[in-house]
Design a protein around this ligand. Structure first.
Ligand code: BG6
Length: 797
């Protein structure tokens, strides 16, 4: 024991000595902050103030500082701008005016402006820093380069820093980057690779200033500190929906050159709202201070996001935008911008926790109010036997139950966390948060403020000040890693592509928007609640007239043709399939439906999943017309599409679902594994005469159908019901029903949609039965019926 005591004392002494050394070292640590773009908007509005804040918090503790504002502006001009900015800095509220003036003077003394343009300028800066450090007997701790410049300038600056302005050994380098980080997945990746050739990931701090907002930064800690109370609440069993909203009253005037490139999705949804979505939806790590664990869980949540479809979004553009673009970008009067300044998005997360819960993301410029919030609305599962006048907010389960992370502005005027009193009393760190004082008459989300436990920060702080402090303290969890960034772009890029030619709904701006931008959802589909106001869309004659929605009946290749606008067509086809199902079940007790994959049937699946309550799913067998030789969980698998858009929403007994066996013995479509034969046997066993009640086909631009391709004789005739084939485009290996199997069906529906199909539709209308050249032309049921369903784009061009 005695021994141990002596040992402990010795260790304590060593530790003290070490700590002393470290402190002594740190005390001499000199930090240079180089603000690039120091005369720009962001720097003037937020960054200088953030740096001043950093100085107030850290100077005198252990580090000395120098702040180098830099830009391309001439020295004289730059100095004038910076002098003005420094003069306008504000001190914390409780600082006496005299003290404030003193602090500002100290900060001004430590700040300078210099022009930074050429690699030589960077070298000179580096030499100046080194000389100063030496002169003052300091040791260099590190350099922070804050890029407040447009992204096209990143690479050049990065190269100069890397080659001429890195600190010497033992000192760190941190570069701070502001969004936009690319415009889509490809450009983001390019930028990441480029920057990666100059800096290590560890050195880069990608800012999303929403992560510095006090309430946003509180989401994970709140979930952590209230684990017990939230355990039974934070999932699809209790959550009705989640709304993540950032509304702005300002418009994009003065920024249209930026805004034209990014629109509201690139500007706000891909970053701020997506980050918030992740904080709400991710599984909570055991230790939320571990950045690796947080990132790992975030990436897992990204992977569970259901892909966005065109129908997952509604987009709008404020009326004055087009004129502002024309003026600012010198475009002719004929120029029409399709850039959305408003977007509502419906996100679904396909995991056990969130399956079926709608997450609504919404943001826009020129709206009626400025406010940001996350609202988690819980399911109303109670029936209250007492009269409403006796309901007590803290007890009644018939009042709405919600948790709101109020990011700022709006009626409340500042950040707050609100929890309905009938849920639970939340715990928030008492040091930083206080109960909000009552504001008589104030109602939020349908209830008086008094219905909530409401907490706000004791000291409101600007997001940038917080993030600058986190950069200094190397708190990387408040920044966007490359994996995180790319995962977000993987999610958003397909939607951006599909919206590229979409005409956004025009809205007047401000309170006059009325209900024009209200939207509603059904299944995975979003739509505006109101029809567009015609006077708002002068010259945009893309809105079809009601008379256009009539269904056209005609003949195509001597078989019935149904033609309509896409929505009408899909509705018609879904109705016909349901009618066939009901009839088959009535007569035979079951319905055998063979479905094809690809993009055309997606809308049909969604329609069947959401709108057909009379569909006899319990008696329906689902078969695949064809399949790609990839595992069934691969996004390219046809079965995966069926699963995502239909199966998970309807109740088909599992034993009635018949995916094609493309993967046997850990191999994909190996002849010797006899997958095609096995599927054929399954069909023969379960489907009378191998004759499906309905086969749904598509038509490729080369005339292929199912996975029967031109110039490849497999599956066009013979006895085999199922064959292995080769596609000219990847994945090349396929399994497919053969033409004879298709032609045994009682009914075959061919769905053809989109302008891209126009040419082949025209060609096939004229050719005879030549399946070798155009396999679709070989579709003609032996004794069943063939019906063509074509939208106007495919049929009329
Ligand atoms: C920025 C966007 O990231 O966030 C702007 O580029 C938007 O378009 C701004 O106005 C909103 O930030 P805040 O902090 O004012 O809510």
């Amino acid at each position: 024991m005695k021994h141990a005591g002596a040992w402990n004392m010795l260790m304590a002494a060593v530790c003290m000595a070490l700590l002393g050394c470290l402190q002594a070292q740190e005390l001499q640590g000199h930090v240079s902050v180089i603000l690039l773009g120091a005369t720009g908007d962001l720097a003037r509005k937020y960054l200088w103030q953030g740096l001043f804040q950093l100085y107030l918090e850290e100077a005198g503790k252990s580090h000395s500082f120098r702040f180098h504002g830099t830009a391309l502006t001439s020295t004289k001009q730059g100095q004038e701008v910076i002098a003005k900015v420094l003069e306008s800095l504000s001190c914390p509220r409780d600082t006496a005016p005299g003290r404030c003036a003193e602090l500002k003077a100290q900060f001004q003394q430590l700040s300078e402006y210099r022009r930074l343009k050429t690699p030589e300028d960077y070298l000179a800066l580096s030499e100046d820093i080194e000389a100063r450090v030496q002169r003052e007997g300091l040791q260099e701790a590190g350099r922070i380069f804050y890029f407040s410049v447009p992204p096209f300038a990143y690479a050049e600056i990065a190269r100069s820093i890397n080659s001429s302005c890195r600190p010497g050994p033992g000192a760190w380098l941190r570069v701070v980057l502001e969004k936009p980080f690319g415009r889509d997945h490809r450009s983001a990746q390019q930028l990441a690779t480029e920057l990666g050739s100059f800096f290590q990931e560890e050195e880069m701090y990608r800012v999303d200033h929403y992560l510095g907002k006090q309430v946003v930064a509180q989401i994970l800690p709140f979930r952590d500190q209230n684990r017990k109370a939230l355990d039974g609440l934070w999932s699809r069993h209790r959550v009705e929906r989640v709304e993540i909203v950032m509304k702005e009253t300002v418009d994009a005037e003065g920024r249209t050159s930026f805004y034209e490139e990014y629109g509201v999705i690139g500007d706000v949804l891909q970053n701020h709202l997506t980050e918030i979505l992740m904080l709400v939806a991710m599984e909570l790590p055991l230790n939320i201070s571990s950045s690796e664990a947080v990132l790992g869980h975030k990436l897992q949540a990204f992977r569970a996001l259901r892909g966005l479809q065109r129908g997952s979004a509604v987009v709008g553009q404020y009326q004055a935008y087009r004129g502002q673009v024309r003026r600012e970008l010198q475009k002719p009067d004929s120029f029409h911008s399709l850039t959305p300044t408003f977007a509502g998005i419906l996100v679904h997360i396909d995991n056990l926790r969130w399956e079926g819960v709608p997450f609504i993301l919404m943001s826009g410029k020129a709206l009626d109010e400025r406010v940001g919030y996350v609202r988690i609305l819980f399911k109303d599962q109670a029936y209250c036997a007492q009269s409403e006048k006796r309901w007590v907010p803290a007890q009644s389960h018939c009042l709405p139950q919600q948790i709101i992370f109020y990011i700022g502005h709006g009626e409340l005027g500042g950040p707050a966390v609100l929890v309905s009193r009938n849920l639970f009393r939340p715990s928030l760190p008492s040091a930083g948060w206080k109960e909000v004082e009552g504001q008589p008459g104030l109602r939020l989300f349908g209830r008086p403020l008094s219905d909530y436990y409401a907490y706000s920060p004791v000291r409101e702080q600007d997001a940038y000040s917080i993030l600058i402090s986190h950069i200094f303290h190397r708190r990387k969890d408040s920044f966007i890693t490359m994996d995180n960034l790319l995962a977000s772009w993987v999610f958003w890029t397909p939607l951006l592509d599909s919206l590229a030619h979409e005409v956004p709904r025009l809205y007047p701006g401000g309170a006059e928007n009325g209900h024009l931008l209200d939207f509603e959802f059904s299944g995975s589909h979003l739509s505006f609640s109101q029809p567009p106001l015609e006077q708002l869309v002068p010259g945009l004659d893309s809105a079809p007239m009601p008379s256009d929605f009539q269904v056209l009946r005609a003949k195509y290749r001597d078989s019935p043709l149904i033609s309509a606008w896409p929505e009408e067509l899909i509705a018609r086809l879904a109705g016909d399939i349901e009618a066939a199902a009901v009839q088959a079940v009535r007569r035979f007790g079951q319905f055998h439906l063979a479905l094809s994959g690809g993009s055309s049937p997606v809308a049909l699946f969604q329609q069947l999943a959401t709108g057909h309550y009379g569909f006899p799913w319990a008696h329906t067998h689902l078969w695949l017309v064809d399949e790609r030789c990839v595992p069934l969980w691969d996004p390219e698998s046809n079965f995966q599409g069926l699963q995502a858009h239909l199966l998970q929403h309807v109740r088909v007994p599992h034993y009635n679902v018949h995916p094609m066996p493309v993967r046997r013995r850990q191999r994909l479509c190996a002849e010797e594994d006899q997958g095609a034969q096995a599927y054929a046997e399954e069909i023969s066993t379960l489907v009378t005469n191998g004759s499906f009640d309905l086969v749904l086909l598509g038509m490729g631009t080369d005339g292929h159908t199912a996975s029967l391709f031109p110039q490849s004789p497999v599956g066009l005739d013979g006895k085999q019901l199922v064959v292995l084939t080769t596609s000219p485009s990847g994945p090349h290996r396929r399994m497919s029903l053969s033409l004879p199997a298709i032609n045994r069906a009682r009914k075959v529906a061919v769905l053809v949609m989109g302008r891209m199909k126009r040419e082949i539709a025209m060609l096939v209308s004229r050719v005879g039965r030549e399946p070798k050249k155009w396999p679709i032309s070989g579709v003609l049921p032996d004794s069943g019926q063939l019906v063509w369903y074509m939208d106007y784009d495919a049929f009329l061009g």
